[in-house]
Each structure stands twice: as structure tokens, then as C-alpha cells.
Design a protein around this ligand. Structure first.
Ligand code: HEC
Ligand code: HEC
Length: 336
């Protein structure tokens, strides 16, 4: 009897544990207890993943990094503006945290220099997690699992640098290169597993003088980490001045960091303000920005005239953007 009871208890723990860490949040409720894994086989990345999913880093323990960076959607959010603590709405769209290992700066305005630096912002942001970083460190150090886990991984107590190091290590592990486009780049004779003929046409459009996408979306992640103004600032209803808010250089008004395009088919909505719901809307915008926004301020000269893409070029271009989706998402979202 006793042994049977012991085993059902063990099974219950196992179920709770696997549902917690297989999914995106350990739990959203503030007073539940989590079952943490054994610290024996813990790595820096796994520790970071656990913290990423744990609402311990928000003031009322209701919001985790994963609340806004949802694993199933390439760690981006599905709404234009994510909700932080007490349902407060943020001011910008939450981007994917995948493929950030090579980024030179983070955030739409580039205000963070590294993943380690970046993490201080959401934790302390009043609209997001609203917790003083020193308090976050206190909490993590007093937590029985984390105090043991940090000892195991870093041979010391959790502190502000090891906490950010662990989450950054997790984020750096999220590089995705199992895509039709990557396979095609390695071997352009692959039929079916590489690019389809339509995607190859779309790739040519992407790289063309006419569409100019490659001018700004270059490098293996399709961003050169530069800041440009594609016309989404008019000082009225579109009043996020982007890079200017950091540099105060008038030339930077309305410039935003060029986002990478890996997995872009699963990270809708698009742009710093999430104003476009689909990739075809994005392409329509680039084709003729003035159809969408009158009197943009400081728009890049490359976008000041309509591109004049044909209907065929637009659908091919969209097909190419879909070839940048990693297999892990393509299998879940066959129609994206
Ligand atoms: C309430 C929603 C929310 C929470 C919680 C949140 N984020 Fe974010 N995250 C955002 C938004 C919105 C942005 C873009 C903000 C901006 O650019 O000004 C962002 C940007 C980022 C970026 C930059 C990506 C890039 O390409 O520039 C990283 C990395 C990131 N978050 C990681 C984290 C981590 C780690 C945590 C937990 C400690 C976290 N986020 C918690 C909403 C959230
Ligand atoms: C002048 C530089 C520039 C050119 C040319 C350019 N882009 Fe962009 N792209 C950007 C910037 C900057 C953003 C972010 C703008 C913002 O949020 O305000 C962006 C955003 C995007 C997004 C949204 C990604 C997301 O995660 O929200 C997609 C998709 C995209 N571009 C595709 C393209 C395609 C396709 C072309 C060619 C037709 C193209 N871009 C041409 C600079 C450029």
C-alpha cells in the first residue's frame, strides 16, 4: 500500500513537472509551487530556460518572459501590443527572441547592447514585470531550487550577472537554420526540400534592384543590424520616433532596427507597432507606402517612390519569405 501511494505521488510530480516545462509557462498563478528538475544534469541553457518561463521575475509573480515571447510562435507575441502586469499594454510589438546570437543591438530602437544588458529592461519596466533588479536577485537567491541550481552551474550564489547570463545562454541556443532556404543555399539541386521554383523567383525579387529588400535585410539572419526609416512615423497617430529617442539625432527620427526575417511567417503581426497582420499586407505596404500612410516624416529615399511590383512578383516574394521558416514551426503551421 505504502509503496503504491509513493509511486502515485511520484507520478503526480512527474505529470506536473512535464506539463510545466514542456509548455510555455511554469504557471501564471502567484501562489502555486513549481516542481523543478533535479540539478544533476542542469546546464546554463536549461537553467536560463526555466527562469525564462518562471513568473518569479515579475513583481506580482504573474508574468514571465514567456508570457510575451511565446515558444510556439518563434518566441514572439501574437498581438500588436503585449500585456504586462495587471494587463497593462506595452508600447511596441514583441519581437522573436530567436536568432539573436549575432545581434549587435536589441530592441526596435537598439537601446540594449547585448542580451545580458537587454534583460534588465523588461524586468524593471513598469508596464512589463515591474520588479527592481535587486529584488529579482534577492528572490532568486532565496529560492531553494535556484540557489542550488546556480551553485551547480556557476559555483556561486545567483547574482545579477549570472541571472542574466543564464537567460542569455538560453536565448543564444535558439538559432534556427533548418529551413528550405538554408538547405537550398547549401545545395541548390535539392528538389522539394530546398526552394520551390516559385520561392526561387521570390528570392530573385527579394534581391532585385526593383524590390530592394536585400539593401536592408542582408546577412544570414536578413538584418545588418542597421536602423532605417521605412515611413511608419508621421508625428500624428504614428508618433513613436524610434532610434531618435535614444540618440536625439534628428536624422534618426522614425528609424527602427531592421528586424531579422527568420521565421517571419509565424511572428505576425508585423513592424514595431504590429500594424500589419499578414505578410501580404507588408508587401503591399512596401510596394506603395503612400497608399497606407500620408506624409511620412523622413522616409528612406529607397521607398519614396512606388516599387511597381506585379501581382506575380508579390506572391513569389511572399513564398520566399515563407521559406525562411524553421521545420519545427512549418510542421505546426502548414498554412503559414
Ligand atoms: C509584457 C511583455 C514582455 C515581457 C514580460 C518580456 N518581453 Fe521581451 N520584449 C517585449 C517587447 C514589447 C519588446 C520590444 C520592445 C522595444 O523594442 O522597445 C521586447 C524585446 C525583447 C528582446 C529584443 C529582441 C530584439 O530582436 O531586439 C529580447 C531579447 C527580449 N525581449 C527578451 C525578454 C526576456 C529575457 C524577458 C524576461 C526577463 C522578456 N523579454 C520579457 C515584450 C516583453
Ligand atoms: C530601407 C531599408 C529597408 C528596405 C529596403 C526593406 N526593409 Fe523591411 N524592414 C526595415 C525596417 C527598418 C523594418 C522595421 C520597421 C518598423 O517597425 O517601423 C522592416 C520590417 C520588415 C518586416 C516586418 C518584420 C517583423 O518582424 O515585424 C518584413 C516582413 C520586411 N521588413 C520585409 C521586407 C521586404 C519583403 C522588403 C522588400 C520589398 C523589405 N523589407 C525592404 C527596413 C527595410
Amino acid at each position: 500500500m505504502k509503496i503504491g501511494f509513493f509511486f502515485s505521488l511520484l507520478l503526480a510530480f512527474f505529470i506536473i513537472f512535464s506539463s510545466n516545462f514542456g509548455g510555455k509557462h511554469p504557471s501564471k498563478s502567484s501562489n502555486s509551487t513549481y516542481i523543478f528538475p533535479s540539478t544533476d544534469s542542469l546546464s546554463e541553457e536549461i537553467l536560463g530556460e526555466i527562469l525564462f518561463n518562471d513568473p518569479i521575475l515579475s513583481l506580482d509573480s504573474s508574468v514571465s518572459c514567456a508570457s510575451c515571447h511565446i515558444k510556439e510562435y518563434a518566441f514572439a507575441d501574437t498581438v500588436p501590443f503585449s500585456k504586462g502586469m495587471n494587463g497593462s499594454k506595452g508600447k511596441r510589438n514583441a519581437p522573436s527572441v530567436m536568432n539573436t546570437a549575432a545581434r549587435e543591438s536589441l530592441f526596435w530602437d537598439g537601446r540594449a547592447k547585448s542580451l545580458e544588458h537587454q534583460m534588465h529592461f523588461p524586468v524593471q519596466d513598469g508596464l512589463e514585470m515591474a520588479l527592481k533588479f535587486s529584488q529579482a536577485v534577492q528572490r532568486v537567491s532565496h529560492h531553494p531550487f535556484y540557489s542550488k541550481a546556480f551553485q551547480k552551474v556557476y559555483r556561486q550564489k545567483p547574482d545579477s550577472s549570472t541571472i542574466v547570463q543564464s537567460i542569455a545562454a538560453f536565448e543564444r541556443s535558439l538559432e534556427t537554420t533548418n529551413t528550405p532556404n538554408d538547405r537550398w543555399m547549401e545545395d541548390d539541386t535539392l528538389n522539394g526540400r530546398g526552394l520551390t521554383p516559385q520561392q526561387i523567383s521570390g528570392r530573385n525579387v527579394f534581391r532585385s534592384e526593383k524590390a530592394k529588400c536585400l539593401d536592408c535585410h542582408f546577412t544570414p539572419d536578413f538584418t545588418g543590424d542597421e536602423f532605417w526609416n521605412i515611413g511608419l512615423f508621421n508625428g500624428k497617430e504614428l508618433n513613436d520616433s524610434g532610434r531618435f529617442s535614444i540618440t536625439r539625432n534628428p536624422q534618426d527620427i522614425g528609424k527602427f532596427k531592421v528586424p531579422g526575417l527568420r521565421n517571419v511567417a509565424v511572428t505576425a503581426p508585423y513592424m514595431h507597432n504590429g500594424m500589419f497582420k499578414t505578410l501580404s499586407e507588408v508587401i503591399e505596404y512596401y510596394d506603395n507606402p503612400s497608399k497606407f500612410i500620408k506624409n511620412p516624416i523622413n522616409i528612406d529615399h529607397r521607398l519614396s517612390k512606388p516599387l511597381g511590383l506585379s501581382a506575380q512578383e508579390k506572391t513569389d516574394l511572399e513564398a520566399f519569405l515563407r521559406s525562411l521558416t524553421d521545420d519545427q514551426f512549418a510542421s505546426k503551421f502548414p498554412n503559414r
